[in-house]
Design a protein around this ligand. Structure first.
Ligand code: GLA
Length: 392
């Protein structure tokens, strides 16, 4: 009897202790994270004032209300460790806790960046040997998101006796930080960044990743963006609520692509159920940039609660047709033209499981198109997209 009571006691204790941790990993990133990250636009020029300005602009532009939540500080915030080994921000960030309070006061969340290596990609202090301490420090500041970027750990991996041993060093390092974050008791979205090496989509979720980069770095360039985006074909089955493929942050509004190309970028990322982390200067956006980043119908495709990543249905040379199933039974369909001139696309809805005519809505024109035949021809602009919501 006594031992039974002991057992029940132990069970209850375990349930109470583990409940918040289990809840975190279940609740976090049920749809792909949305927010902003400093790297694509500001690089090492990011500082406290910039982050506050971006938080203000996130609210005043309407981005927060459109679903963008995380304000993420990327590399170059790190300062020195003190005698106890505790990391401090450098002079650009005088008071991280006060900054987090400010961001939170706007109804937003704050993200930060580190590396499992001794150094980050930009050669700032990494977390190697200080994982628990760093996780605790982040939690004490009120951090809600961590991007953990492999970079410096390559030194340890290169010294490993075999590729398998190098792989294990990486897996262990990612698991270690996951455990450290969990131990803080604070829900912190965990973003793996190791450029898609070793088929990360196969093991990213098992080391606690809520998202994992599937590729090298994006740049504000149609060729690079489209190679990354269309290169995601076949990865859909690895994504789902709580764990997403991450084809890298958005370049929309950074100025080196035209609006047609940025609409392609936004549409493709939505069909991919990709994290939508804007990477531009939110305090200085054209109306076109705002219309692209805040197209609620396209965002709804990305954030659809079914959480299914879309995939390529077929391609005809530079024409690519992709679709994504939505929770209400509709299909989001992207008809893309990768050529540098306008082309006619032969759209075949029978390849997407439809038999007769379909009902379609154009998500960039915000217009119902009415009934379309199961096969129809449509012109798509150079590097452009026709983004539809299709039902029977
Ligand atoms: C790597 C990452 C980028 C960015 C930089 C920062 O290149 O892939 O997204 O975080 O490091 O140094």
């Amino acid at each position: 009897m006594k031992s039974l009571r002991c057992l029940i006691g132990l069970f209850l204790f375990t349930a109470v202790i583990s409940a918040p941790f289990a809840a975190h990993s279940q609740v976090l990133a049920q749809t792909p994270p949305m927010g902003w990250n400093s790297w694509n636009h500001f690089r090492d020029k990011v500082d406290d004032a910039t982050i506050r300005r971006m938080a203000d602009a996130m609210v005043s532009s309407g981005m927060r209300d459109a679903g963008y939540t995380y304000i993420n500080i990327d590399d170059t915030w790190e300062g020195q460790r003190d005698a106890q080994g505790i990391i401090h921000p450098n002079a650009k960030f005088p008071d991280m806790k006060a900054l987090a309070d400010y961001v939170h006061s706007k109804g937003l969340k704050l993200g930060i960046y580190s590396s499992p290596g001794a150094q980050t990609c930009a050669h700032y202090e990494g977390s190697l040997g200080h994982e628990s301490q760093d996780a605790e420090t982040y939690a004490s500041w009120g951090i809600d998101y961590l991007k953990y970027d492999l970079c410096g750990l390559r030194t340890e991996m290169k010294a490993a006796p075999s590729p398998e041993a190098a792989h294990k060093i990486m897996i262990d390092a990612y698991m270690k930080m996951h455990d450290a974050l969990q131990a803080t008791g604070r829900p912190i979205v965990y973003s793996l960044c190791q450029y898609g090496e070793d088929a990360v989509w196969e093991w990213g979720a098992s080391v606690g990743g809520n998202l994992w980069r599937t590729t090298g770095d994006i740049s504000d360039n149609y060729t690079r963006m489209s190679d990354i985006g269309f290169g995601q074909a076949g990865l859909a089955k690895f994504a789902g609520p709580g764990h997403w493929n991450d084809p890298d942050m958005l370049e929309v509004g950074n100025g080196k692509m035209n609006d047609e190309e940025y609409r392609t970028h936004m549409s493709l990322w939505a069909i991919l159920a990709a994290p939508l982390l804007a990477g531009n200067d939110l305090s200085n956006m054209t109306d076109d940039t705002k219309a692209i980043l805040m197209n609620k119908e396209v965002i709804a495709v990305d954030q659809d609660p079914l959480g299914k990543e879309g995939d390529r249905v077929y391609s005809e040379g530079p024409i690519e047709v992709w679709s994504k199933p939505l929770s209400d039974g509709a299909l989001a369909v992207g008809i893309f033209n990768r050529h540098q001139k306008a082309l006619t696309a032969h759209v075949d809805f029978t390849k997407m499981g439809f038999t007769g005519s379909v009902q379609a809505r154009d998500l960039w024109q915000h217009k119902d198109l009415g009934a379309l035949p199961s096969k129809y021809d449509v012109e798509v602009p150079a590097h452009g997209v026709l983004m539809l919501r299709v039902t029977r």
